[in-house]
Design a binder for this molecule. Structure first.
Ligand code: CO
Length: 226
């Protein structure tokens, strides 16, 4: 277990090491940030955004919450999207789910955990929308992995439908929205195959990802990712 005290001393050591290895690094970063990607991911401590893509400070603009939910009334995520798109002018928005997501699992089990049940409500709706793919006769782990993938996909669709992204595409801004999923068991990110650059592409691209996932799920039995 890492204590706050240890975190502070780790920080001192890290800042000193970076200053020695790359003189002027912090001074340059203090001037401005120019990330090209916005990462929307889960707050899970095992999925630290910059770390898993080996990004340096300044390379990734990050918004994380429980189960990477993109709600149309959540001022937090909407403001992050607006700032990233309109001020930082990122070219890509990455919605990154992960297998074994506790929030997704709780929504699937319909657990009663308190306040968070409200937060996870939209994931329950995704489960209902795709209930034919989440048949209760399937193992829980299989349904859980599928819903983690579907959640990343549906939240990326929510990004595409947000007023900020719609306005960016209307004015011709170059902006792509992707859906990825991270596997805790081996640290690898899998591309779910969604790469949207305009409103027009959305319906077909979404259907294609669903078909691809279906083929993958019907394919030869493989150990499910965790
Ligand atoms: Co999670």
């Amino acid at each position: 277990m890492t204590s706050p005290h240890e975190l502070l001393s780790n920080n001192q050591r890290w800042a000193t090491r970076v200053s020695i290895q790359q003189p002027g690094f912090f001074e340059r970063l203090a001037e401005q940030q120019q990330p090209t990607c916005l990462w929307i991911g889960c707050a899970d401590s095992r999925v630290p955004a910059s770390c898993v893509v080996d990004a340096k400070p300044g390379e990734l603009f990050v918004h994380r919450n429980i189960a990477n939910v993109v709600g149309h009334t959540d001022l937090g995520v909407l403001s992050s999207i607006q700032f990233a798109v309109e001020v930082l002018k990122v070219s890509h928005i990455l919605v990154v789910g992960h297998y074994g997501c506790g929030g997704v699992g709780a929504a699937l089990k319909q657990s009663r955990l308190g306040l968070i049940d409200n937060w996870l409500c939209p994931i329950g709706e995704i489960a209902r929308k795709h209930q034919c793919k989440l048949d209760p006769s399937l193992e829980f782990d299989t349904r859980h992995a599928r819903l983690c993938e579907l959640n990343a996909l549906e939240q990326a669709v929510n990004v595409c439908r947000s007023s900020v992204v719609q306005a960016a595409w209307d004015r011709g801004q170059e902006l792509g929205v992707r859906a990825w999923i991270y596997a805790l068991k081996d640290g690898h990110i899998h591309d779910l195959g969604l790469d949207i650059r305009s409103t027009r592409q959305l319906p077909t691209a979404y259907e294609n990802v669903l078909k691809r996932l279906d083929r993958q799920w019907q394919g030869p039995a493989e150990p499910m990712p965790v």
